[in-house]
Write a protein that binds this ligand. Structure first.
Ligand SMILES: *Cc1c(COP(=O)(O)O)cnc(C)c1O
Length: 261
């Protein structure tokens, strides 16, 4: 396969992604995969049971061509508008798109057109709207139900106590394919505070599995905490910065009330 034609890197791009983003991303991916393997080894898990979902937010579309070349086939975006723009710019590549951020009902129609998975389902109203739109597009969507495991008021996601009923409710929406649960842990560098969020999500999943065998997956862990998440059972880790480098944007752009603890 011929590499896609590329324009020379701007100084800004070279500063952020290195003079050869392909090699940068390859090396970063290898390092993340190695860390996944070592986390798995610590608790006797098969590394093949963990999927690395690359989170591409803020990485410009033309740079994502290098990521594609480096082997990434599923791109995770937090904001729907950014996902739409990139998808248009990259429509010559066979990419699967994941949306991992909170979705407003008025954006559902866009997501329903192209996303293959959605990691932030957190209300019946949203599920209902998504289902209708998917029906119209004749598509289905893999969904992960977001749970607030940190107890922070600012966080999106269902309360743990609402989960069982919610999973029952989802059976009314045949276009949605529940895959599992998703969470954002407490934002802290203290893993003693982070780990219990992941443990809780695993327990909730195990409970849910008794009535809802389709909820097998645990989407949890990001650059700062994915190894702990894997130790607690993550089957999908959503990793951005460890692959693409530090983001120029603040995390508060994505998560309301973001405040590192
Ligand atoms: C940005 C984002 C991630 C990845 O965070 P990194 O620190 O870049 O690894 C994971 N999940 C969600 C919902 C995100 O918005």
């Amino acid at each position: 396969m011929n590499p896609p034609l590329r324009s020379p890197l701007s100084q800004e791009d070279a500063q952020r992604f290195g003079s050869d983003p392909f090699s940068t991303f390859r090396a970063n991916l290898a390092s993340v995969e190695d860390r996944i393997a070592r986390a798995c080894a610590r608790i006797g898990r098969d590394p093949a049971s963990v999927r690395l979902l690359a989170i591409t937010k803020t990485v410009p579309a033309h740079i994502l061509r290098y990521a594609f070349e480096a082997g990434i086939r599923c791109f995770g975006e937090n904001k729907i508008q950014e996902a739409i723009t990139k998808r248009e710019a990259l429509n010559d590549l066979a990419i699967d798109w994941a949306v991992v951020g909170h979705l407003q009902t008025n954006k559902v129609k866009y997501l329903a057109r192209f996303a293959s998975e959605f990691h932030a389902l957190d209300s019946v109203r949203l599920a209902d709207t998504l289902n209708s739109r998917l029906e119209r597009e004749n598509r289905t969507l893999d969904v992960y139900v977001q749970v607030n495991t940190s107890g922070e008021e600012s966080k999106f996601g269902l309360q743990p106590s609402e989960l069982m009923t919610f999973a029952d409710d989802l059976e009314r929406f045949p276009r949605l394919r529940p895959r599992g649960l998703m969470t954002l842990a407490l934002f802290s560098t203290d893993m003693m505070k982070v780990r219990p969020c992941f443990t809780l999500l695993r327990h909730l999943r195990d409970e849910l599995l008794q009535n809802h065998p389709e909820f097998t997956e645990l989407s949890m862990g990001m650059t700062g905490d994915f190894e702990v998440a894997i130790e607690e059972g993550a089957t999908v880790v959503r990793v951005g910065q460890a692959i693409f480098g530090k983001r120029p944007t603040s995390d508060s752009d994505y998560w309301p009330g973001f405040a590192p603890v």
